[in-house]
Design a protein around this ligand. Sequence first.
Ligand code: BGC
Length: 333
Amino acid sequence: MKRYLQLLILPAIYILTLALSGCENKTKIGFLMDNTNLERWKKDKELFEKTSRELGASVVIKVADSDPDLQYQQAQEVIDEGVDVIVLIPCDITKAGKIVKLAHANNIPVISYDRLIKNSNVDYYISTDNIHVGELQADYLSKISPVGNYALISGPTTDNNAFLLHLGWMNVLQPLIDKGDIKIVVDKYTDFWLPDESYKIMKEFFDNGGKVDAILCGNDALATGAILALKEFGYDGRVLVAGQDADINAIRNIVAGTQTITIYKPIESLVYAAIDAAKKLANGKAPSNMNITVNNGKRLVPAILLKPQVVNRHNIKMTVISEGFINESEIKK
Ligand code: BGC
């Protein structure tokens, strides 16, 4: 009897699945990445490949090694390969407008991923609330040290997120600056999001006799460089440092006491949201789960902004480990 049921039910399920999947074409996504220098982007890349497979989409990934002209060429390449949608991490937030134009000329929608493409008709924007990332960092450090000298090291001006983080920092710090409690002693944008840059800035500052109580960094790579300079001058562990990305190295520094916090961003959800939206677009539907609009200088771009979370030495297990973002055994290596 059981066998008889199996014979009937299994083909029925198969036919139903075929019928349902027949309603949608397999989406082909072009995922254009700035670079994969940092642990964070390696995770985005792996998750994009894995989640595309799981959601039944195919993906062509190109990495531009931080070169906006190469990224433009790669956009042309994925268009030639017949993608339905482009998901773009721009190397340069203004130059990427050309890519949006090129894609639109070929009737291909563009989703701005993690970084907003400015002054363009980009279709959707999927990211974390980057102003809030900055607010969380500044709020945490200024609760511990409400008085003192602060250094601000943002990322490059070719990345909108560097400005948004700075905005978040100032939202929190300005009232304390106005009261005369906090003094900004360093306020710099870097050329790249790399440790070398923040190391040089902080080294020069200390070489000139500067004193600092807290350093707000645009990401964990910049925090790593700042910590290196602190170590050289014997200040490590005595100065508050904030970064973002929850890189394994930052988690180790937090455990060691040389970094105060990092910010964890839900990359898995980011990837899922981008692929889900791409699939809908490719099938002529509007993505329904946009929760906000963001002005990019040209239009109000429908967006999804996910929630960031603070990671400190007390909540590592409850955040990045329980989310499966980091393996506990990795920390001790
Ligand atoms: C991202 C950060 C990342 C940085 C460097 C920013 O746009 O939001 O997570 O660390 O780029 O690649």
